[in-house]
Design a binder for this molecule. Structure first.
Ligand code: XMP
Length: 319
């Protein structure tokens, strides 16, 4: 008779058996998978675990604070908060190609992680929130031709380079089971139900060149949009929702004046696994109200569009 409480106990024991009294480091993104993995491992081995949270300057409004507060203050976990905003944004300056941006971010992420993990003297294990579908996906194309649409960054190759063994306590679970385990471990429901957020963060929601100005505008617009979705009780019906700031300024009129500001696109999709997706059928009323709020509340944006492309042929993110 299989229960999540039983799984939790068994997983905790398995982690203790595997790790013994060695130290473990875990990259924490604030996403559901790495968060559940961290809490489970912390339950098993306490302060033998240190988490590393890398702030690449491409997070959403308030996100870094939320993650650090929850894990350091609420769960009392040893946590390294690596503020590397200057580094990432500096290296990304002038880059506009989506894959180049991903490669820069992926490489810096590994460098930074390695640097801070080095501070945890003597760690022997690296923890990852790898799920069963990730395990399958990484072998499903073997032998056949594979087409890479986007090179999602991961820490492949890092454990060997650092001489670390992997701890992957979620390897047998699907996403819905990870969420159930998170609930079982007492993670707040608002955290467990969060929409997925890509590793390269806002970089791929800012098509073309990334500037601090655009990122600030994007963060504010995104916060208003998500607030609208929550107020209307739609958050849990949607797989992912976000704003993309477009690399174009358009002319508008506000009060007695002409404006010349950025245009943005709202995106919201339903999906089961992110592989295919349908655009979300918001009412015109919702869209109109949201556009008005964004333009009134976010200086720098004077035009709002809604992306009605499904996947395929579109992808969920704009880059
Ligand atoms: P696409 O845009 O390919 O996205 O339809 C499918 C899912 O993957 C996420 N995504 C990424 N996640 N690194 C990540 O960790 C990436 O480079 C990346 N690109 C897309 C996207 O948010 C969606 O959930």
């Amino acid at each position: 008779d299989w229960t999540m409480a039983g799984y939790r106990e068994q997983a905790v024991q398995a982690i203790r058996d595997q790790v013994g009294d060695a130290k473990v480091i875990c990259g924490l993104s604030g996403g559901v998978d790495s968060s559940v993995a961290a809490v489970l491992i912390h339950e098993a081995i306490g302060d033998q675990l240190t988490c590393v949270f890398v702030d690449h300057g491409l997070l959403r409004q308030g996100e870094a604070d939320e993650v650090v507060t929850m894990f350091r203050d609420h769960y009392n976990m040893p946590l390294i908060h690596a503020d590397e905003r200057e580094l990432f944004l500096g290296e990304l300056e002038g880059q506009s190609d989506p894959e180049t941006k991903r490669k820069i971010i992926g490489k810096l992420f590994i460098d930074v992680f390695q640097k801070h993990a080095g501070e945890v003297g003597g760690a022997k294990f690296l923890a990852q929130g790898t799920l069963y579908p990730d395990v399958i996906e990484s072998v499903s194309f073997s032998g056949g031709p594979s087409v890479t649409i986007k090179s999602h960054h991961n820490v492949g190759g890092l454990p060997e380079k650092m001489g670390l063994k992997l701890v992957e306590p979620l390897r047998e679970l699907f996403k819905d089971e990870v969420r159930a385990l998170g609930r079982e471990l007492g993670l707040p429901p608002s955290f467990i139900g969060r929409h997925p957020f890509p590793g390269p963060g806002l970089a791929i929601r800012c098509p073309g060149e990334i500037t601090r100005e655009k990122l600030d505008i994007l963060r504010r617009a995104d916060a208003v949009y998500i607030d609208q979705i929550r107020r209307h009780g739609l958050y849990d019906e949607i797989w992912q929702a976000f704003v993309a700031i477009l690399p174009v300024r358009t002319v508008g009129v506000m009060g007695d004046g002409r404006t010349y500001d950025f245009a943005c696109a709202l995106r919201a999709v339903t999906s089961v696994d992110g592989m295919t997706a349908d655009y979300y059928p918001f009412t015109h009323e919702f869209l109109g109200e949201t556009a008005t709020r964004i333009i009134n509340e976010v200086p720098g944006i004077n035009r709002v569009t809604y992306d009605i492309t499904s996947k395929p042929p579109g992808t969920i993110e704009w880059e």
